[in-house]
Design a protein around this ligand. Structure first.
Ligand code: TRP
Length: 451
């Protein structure tokens, strides 16, 4: 069963492991996706559901993925195979998440490309000097042409460079250094937000939930966002946990990851929404939201050019630590199961992602006509992966860890082999066995209209 694979990379320090995990979780999901999903789904009610999902489904599923990863020290397929005698029947889930992780990278790296473009335009003073009226057009220009493709490919090249450099030093060091910086900058922007006229309207929108607005769509959206933001349901955290040390205290790591991740998302909301109401944007405009609102905020701040340059730079870094973790899912599969060298695995994975991301980038321009279920290719990829693949895989993982994996395995993992007590073990297993599967199934069936 659990095999000891000693040549595997291990994060050098405990803090490094947490930083890398938080680095995976904190990304565009918090700063770009969370605000726009909140805007689309009516504000406070969405956030309330989101927080409940993070606590009730997110933390337990993080623990489940951590257990599988650290207990088997292998990629997502091996994590199923080596954690229980009947694990091989669950390997199908592993294949699904490998494919879905690539699909997430297709649209994620396009947005990361925009952040590159915005960083460039910040440094050259374009963003800070822009008229509010021109912002929409600037965004359309940024996203509709070949520039979009070039930016996406540049970003993916940087992603490949980090991955080629190896897990431990590249990812761990960058996360350690830059995540705290991002946090500080978000706080500065928050303080700036406090001076805006729309502060009250923004905070009311965010924090005064109107529970009558909770529909099945809001629930599904909030659940998808919780999964997306915490990087769960994708084997991503499983792979990272396979690089954890023996004494990483999985329960604590899961809690701190969830807490920090949620804080960053809420801070992003506090930055965006007062500005949305101050400058008369519609909160419901979707993926363009952050990229339209932030330039106005920066444009009116003293020293806006500098702030916006630093901000977009950090956003690039936050995206990079997330795409690296997403890429690691397929790379660890290619190198361990298909026996490719790490270098070859990275190149193959990068090529596949680049091809799909190029098509996705063009869906804002020349390929704009392609629609899937009435959604653009970009929106469809986002919807299908976040709201369907992640919850389904989360369902499978909770059932598998709750019911199939032997108790000795799970208990060993949660207590670091008996070294620490873990008082929540019973509750955790109950939630994984019952609460997660029932909640995910109900929300899912409800949203597709079956109940
Ligand atoms: N959580 C990251 C973000 O918020 C994105 C991400 C990284 C992710 N790895 C993942 C999403 C695995 C789903 C599954 O930006």
């Amino acid at each position: 069963m659990s095999k000891d694979n000693t040549q595997r990379a291990v994060f050098a320090t405990k803090i490094g492991a947490v930083a890398a995990t938080v680095g995976s979780a904190v990304g565009l999901g918090n700063i770009w996706r969370f605000p726009y999903e909140t805007g689309v789904h009516g504000g406070g009610a969405f956030i309330a559901c989101y927080i409940v999902f993070v606590l009730v489904l997110g933390v337990p599923l993080l623990c489940a993925e951590f257990m599988l990863g650290r207990g088997t020290r292998s990629n997502i397929l091996g994590a199923f195979r080596h954690s229980s005698p009947s694990g091989r029947y669950w390997v199908g889930t592993g294949y699904m998440v490998i494919i879905a992780s690539v699909m997430i990278l297709w649209f994620y790296s396009v947005v990361a490309g925009w952040t590159l473009g915005y960083c460039y335009d910040s440094v050259t003073g374009v963003i800070a000097g822009m008229d509010t009226a021109d912002i929409g057009e600037h965004f359309a220009e940024m996203t509709s042409g070949w520039r979009n493709v070039v930016l996406t490919l540049v970003f993916l090249t940087a992603n490949a460079a980090v991955l080629l450099g190896g897990v431990t030093k590249g990812i761990e060091r960058a996360s350690n250094l830059l995540m705290p910086l991002l946090f500080v900058l978000l706080l500065v922007l928050c303080v700036n937000s406090l001076s805006l006229d729309g502060l009250k309207a923004g905070l009311t929108f965010l924090f005064r939930p109107d529970f009558s607005k909770i529909t099945s769509e809001v629930l599904l959206g909030a659940m998808g966002q919780a999964f997306f933001s915490l990087s769960i349901g994708m084997g991503c955290m499983t792979v990272y946990a396979s690089y954890f040390n023996k004494d990483s205290r999985l329960g604590r790591t899961a809690m701190s990851t969830a807490l920090l991740d949620t804080m960053v998302a809420i801070l992003a909301g506090v930055i965006i929404f007062p500005a949305v109401f101050t400058y008369g944007f519609s909160p419901e405009q979707g993926p363009a939201l952050v990229f339209q609102v932030l330039p106005v905020v920066f444009g009116r701040m003293p020293g806006g050019m500098i702030w916006s340059s630093i901000f977009f730079l950090l956003l690039i870094v936050a995206s990079l630590t997330s795409t690296v973790s997403l890429s690691e899912i397929s790379i660890s599969y290619f190198s361990e199961d298909l026996k490719m060298s790490r270098r070859k695995a990275t190149l193959v994975s990068t090529a596949i992602v680049m091809a799909g991301a190029t098509i996705c980038a063009l869906s804002f321009g020349p390929l704009g006509g392609i629609e899937i279920f009435g959604l653009s290719l970009f929106d469809a990829l986002d919807f299908v992966t976040s709201n369907i693949c992640l919850p389904l895989a989360g369902l499978a993982i909770s059932l598998y860890v709750g019911w199939v994996v032997p108790k000795k395995f799970t208990k060993d993992q949660m207590t670091d082999g008996g070294a620490y007590p873990f008082a929540w073990y019973g509750l955790l297993m109950f939630v994984l066995r019952w609460v997660c599967p029932v909640a995910i199934t109900l929300i899912f069936l409800n949203s597709i209209g079956l109940i």
